[in-house]
Design a protein around this ligand. Structure first.
Ligand SMILES: *[C@@H]1O[C@H](CO)[C@@H](O)[C@H](O)[C@H]1NC(C)=O
Ligand SMILES: *[C@@H]1O[C@H](CO)[C@@H](O)[C@H](O)[C@H]1NC(C)=O
Length: 539
């Protein structure tokens, strides 16, 4: 597509902000699909910077990720469905020997070939048993952060299992291969923000860069706890929220939102925003049950992290770039996390036709011009160890599920967060947010945000809440032990299984055939026994 080929490549910056440990997605106001961002229609949380990013750019309404973090990150960085590289299973445990295959090219490796400097700040979670498995051997010039799935918000420790009954805590905060002991005690969100700002400050403005920021927040940290920064302040800010865990969650999200504000502001200060693509996304739905539940919400969707229902995979994502031809809209086209690989690669000047073995589709034409997506189907995932799989077809309309995980434990509806409507949506906070100010100042947006535009976009992006099938949900929806078919256009909350509907027989058989084809392509998970053996009954 046009703009980057106009010779500004050498001065272009792809900044990729990903909230990848987020579990952020589903609960809040208007922006995060069904997660806790205020653009999604709830007033309890305000995420003014993220909201401003989406309103000024694009709100991705049908952005799908994998249902858990390791597979999502693998899909993002390789452009392939995780089943092709044996990364479709459980999140990696501390000390476990699973990793990205050595013959697979990662996005940062390819961007380096195009002259990019590449940085990762935050979580990795794609292997660490050998040095060769870690970020700086997988395409990143620099990494500051942790290798495992989570750490404590302040102490940066992760419990590592020795046996089912004994664990010890190890420190996991590193600058490349060096333990960053001097940063022990610093709130993770602030620490990563500081490092990301340093990276941007020190970047040679004539060299393009790829910066991926993968926050801990609002994933649970050590001991299954999301931690806010300052409990006193947090108690004051969220005095209207009864549940202490929920308050901590909201506070973690608030600091995350500030982080995005600071980063976009810095890009503008350095005159880099004009050639940047800034993406924010969650890597899976909020976990609302089990040991690592984080007090997030996927309301009104069904399911959560681990589930192949929408609440696990249809996650919050927003995109801002001055290079978009159309902005200020909600993108309703099917998009999968693997699509960023060819999309960013081609924006950076790469030729997507030369990439082999990728499942992603270049979505830039669809995004930039609000056109139909070239993607018509999407494998959700296949877990051949726990026997559950799913696929979406027919341009995003129909979903076929084949089995579920842990007997449907993760397939419930998120309760509607309480006390949401007590407050007004704070439009002024969005207009005054650092992101909105930076974008205004850059003068690259012909449309200036105002209350009317914000209200309209927000109404649209939170429309799911008002779908008849979503407002009138069954108490105990049928668990999908075998096959289920859902019409996502009419029933995004997956309340009605259409598998026995005669008029849908052709659709069912087509989707089954496609899913079967993927089953034959599965590269079996390594370590599936070991990966699971230390975990308590509910993950
Ligand atoms: C915050 O509120 C909780 C009760 O919800 C209380 O237990 C805790 O001590 C408070 N923290 C501070 C620092 O005030
Ligand atoms: C459904 O899952 C089972 C395993 O539980 C698998 O053997 C079968 O091939 C799958 N069906 C399709 C259509 O993919």
């Amino acid at each position: 597509m046009s703009i980057l080929s106009v010779g500004i490549l050498l001065k272009s910056y792809d900044v990729f902000i990903s909230n990848i440990s987020a579990d952020l997605l589903n609960s809040s106001n208007s922006f995060q699909g069904s997660n806790d961002l205020s653009y999604r229609g709830f007033n309890q949380i305000t995420t003014p910077n993220l909201d401003a990013m989406g309103y000024n750019g694009i709100i991705l309404n049908r952005h799908y990720t994998e249902a858990i973090c390791t597979p999502s990150r693998a899909a993002l960085l390789t452009g392939q469905y995780p089943i092709r590289i044996a990364m479709q299973g459980e999140p990696l445990k501390a000390g476990e020997d699973r990793h990205l295959p050595s013959d697979v090219q990662t996005l940062p490796q390819l961007l380096k070939e195009l002259g990019y400097d590449t940085y990762l700040v935050g979580k990795w979670h794609l292997g660490q048993a050998r040095r060769d498995d870690t970020p700086t051997r997988k395409g990143f010039d620099y990494h500051y952060g942790y290798w495992n799935g989570y750490v404590g918000y302040f102490d940066h420790e992760i419990p590592s299992p020795i046996s089912p009954s004994i664990t010890y805590n190890g420190y996991d905060m590193k600058e490349n291969f060096k333990d960053a002991w001097m940063d022990k005690g610093k709130y993770a969100t602030h620490l990563f923000t500081e490092k990301a700002l340093d990276v941007i400050d020190q970047q040679n403005i004539d060299t393009p860069m790829f910066l991926m920021i993968t926050h801990l927040a609002p994933h649970t940290g050590k001991d299954g706890l999301v931690e806010g920064y300052d409990e006193q302040e947090m108690n004051n800010t969220y005095s209207y929220v009864e549940d202490l865990q929920r308050r901590r969650y909201l506070d973690a999200v608030r600091h995350l939102d500030h982080s995005v504000g600071k980063i976009v502001e810095k890009l503008q200060q350095r005159n880099m925003l004009q050639n940047s693509v800034v993406v924010f996304m969650a890597d899976n739905g909020a976990q609302i049950n089990g040991r690592f539940k984080n007090a997030g919400s996927n309301f009104p969707l069904r399911g959560e992290k681990y589930s192949h229902h929408e609440g696990g995979i249809r996650n919050a994502a927003v995109l801002y770039s001055p290079l978009l031809e159309k902005k200020n809209y909600v993108h309703d086209e099917l998009m999968h996390i693997t699509d960023w690989f060819p999309t960013l690669y081609s924006l950076a000047g790469g030729n997507v036709a030369t990439l082999n073995r990728i499942d992603g589709v270049d979505q830039w034409p669809s995004l930039s011009q609000n056109m139909k997506s070239r993607r018509k189907n999407m494998l959700i995932n296949i877990d051949e160890a726990r026997l559950y799989s799913g696929i979406i077809g027919y341009a995003g309309r129909y979903k076929l599920l084949n089995g579920t995980v842990q007997s449907g434990f993760y397939d419930t509806f998120s309760p509607e967060p309480t006390s949401l409507e007590q407050m007004d949506y704070d439009v002024a906070a969005i207009l005054n947010s650092p992101v909105n100010k930076a974008i205004e100042e850059s003068k690259y947006n012909p449309v200036i945000l105002d209350e009317k535009l914000i209200t309209g976009l927000r109404k649209y992006s939170s429309a799911l809440r008002h779908f008849p099938k979503c407002t009138n949900k069954p108490e105990n929806p049928e668990i999908c032990n075998k096959y289920c078919l859902f019409d996502l256009w009419i029933d995004p909350c997956e309340t009605e299984n259409l598998i026995n509907d005669r008029s849908k027989a052709k659709i069912v058989s087509t989707l089954k055939t496609r899913l079967q084809t993927f089953w034959r392509q599965v590269s079996p998970q390594a370590n599936k026994i070991r990966g699971c053996q230390f975990q308590s009954s509910k993950i």
